[in-house]
Design a protein around this ligand. Structure first.
Ligand SMILES: Nc1ncnc2c1ncn2[C@@H]1O[C@H](COP(=O)(O)OP(=O)(O)O)[C@@H](O)[C@H]1O
Ligand SMILES: [Mg+2]
Ligand SMILES: [Zn+2]
Length: 371
């Protein structure tokens, strides 16, 4: 394992088309390059690990490429591309404003900006976490941002758009990066698993994708963690063990108990969950999500909103057939109340247990109403 490179670095996208889940942004950038209409200042907004820095670097590489493809991608072979690939290009400059936020840092940058590129046409300045710049640094920067030399392009990136002052906002073309969809992350992981010679169950990758919560980088770190732990085969079982995730199966069983009005069964299963060290609040949230999934797959039009792997999908469809839609809605009401009340409750375990008892009584209530 001496040559182990973390996947998030090894698999940094090198072309616009390999950036996952940001199609409208990459298409707009390509178009602007094609029509020679590129803005000189951009603001890339979005959470961590969704491709902001990667896209900024691709932009820098592509506009400097001597031999761009028809599809507006960097050739990967010319002198400029090679200097980018080896990390030696002087045309891309990255400043992490989280740790370099003083006026001095910005002055250094401004001095740099004046110098024209030696190779290629553009110098690209990426300022990460730009909201962290001090006010005086901001002010020093403003003038350069307003009248940059022809060869300079600024890409400001931030995870906190609301902290960006209007004077900056109004001078930039703004791109909002999406969080990446579970399915897109899972597909991307499958592709990486294949190139790494790792055997991965689709269900396992789905769980990792869900856990990553929209951040592709996080999914890659989790993937690495599981591979380190379990070697060449990544199974659903070792993912849930490793990540301490509650198996879907528990939720299916709770719903079965609720359908059978089996309060003791539900309480004992919940006890089992608590004894295994799972967080009770997460259990409530997870169970609510489970009911939400059941509701969603009751109708073919919303079935696509189900973000789980294929084999589990069948289980959802099967279980949803057993439950009336209005019963699911009421179960969601019970769970959402428990979720809201959880933090304030002095006896949280009892609160969850009461919610379970209510779930187990829904069928009966429904029938009473009919009489
Ligand atoms: N949209 C994406 N497509 C492909 N890989 C991505 C994407 N977003 C993140 N990654 C992966 O995560 C790593 C970090 O992404 P990065 O572009 O630095 O994210 P950000 O700047 O938004 O925090 C990349 O090297 C890459 O492996
Ligand atoms: Mg970044
Ligand atoms: Zn090139």
């Amino acid at each position: 394992m001496s040559d182990f490179v973390v996947s998030a670095r090894k698999y940094r996208p090198q072309t616009f088309d390999t950036v996952v889940g940001q199609k409208s942004i990459t298409a707009t950038l390509k178009n602007a390059i094609k029509n020679d209409h590129l803005a000189q200042a951009f603001l890339f907004c979005g959470s961590r690990g969704v491709g902001k820095t990667s896209t900024a670097r691709i932009l820098a590489k592509t506009i400097n490429c001597f031999n761009r493809t028809e599809n507006i991608e960097a050739c990967g072979e010319c002198d400029s591309c090679q200097s980018f690939d080896t990390g030696n290009s002087l045309n891309v400059y990255e400043l992490d404003a989280a740790s370099n936020n003083s006026v001095e840092d910005i002055r250094n940058l401004i001095d740099q900006v004046r110098i024209a590129p030696q190779l290629g046409t553009h110098k690209v300045y990426i300022i990460d976490e730009v909201h962290m710049l001090s006010t005086s640094a901001f002010n020093a920067f403003l003038k350069t941002l307003e009248e940059p030399p022809k060869h300079a392009i600024f890409i400001l990136a931030t995870t906190e758009k609301h902290k960006i002052i209007p004077t900056i906002l109004s001078r930039c073309q703004i791109f909002d990066f999406n969080r990446i969809k579970v399915k897109d992350i899972a597909d991307h992981l499958a592709h990486i698993a294949k190139s790494e010679g790792v055997n991965a169950e689709p269900e396992a990758l789905h769980i990792i994708a869900q856990k990553a919560d929209g951040a592709l980088r996080d999914s890659l770190s989790i993937f690495d963690q599981i591979v380190t732990f379990s070697g060449d085969s990544v199974t659903y079982q070792n993912v849930i063990d490793n990540l301490n995730i509650l198996d879907y199966d528990y939720f299916f069983r709770i719903v079965e108990y609720a359908q059978k009005e089996d309060i003791p069964g539900a309480l004992l299963l919940f006890n089992d969950i608590v004894e295994r060290g799972f967080d009770q609040h997460n259990f409530i949230v997870g169970l609510a999500n489970h009911y939400r999934n059941l509701l969603v797959c009751k109708d073919v039009r919303t079935a696509a909103l189900l973000e789980v792997g294929e084999s589990i999908q069948e289980k959802y469809v099967a279980q949803s057939k057993e439950l009336a839609a209005n019963l699911i809605v009421r179960a969601l009401g019970v769970l959402s109340r428990a979720d809201v009340e959880y933090k304030a409750s002095k006896n949280q375990r009892l609160l969850v247990e009461m919610a379970l008892m209510q779930l187990c009584s829904l069928v009966q209530e429904q029938e009473k109403k009919k009489d």
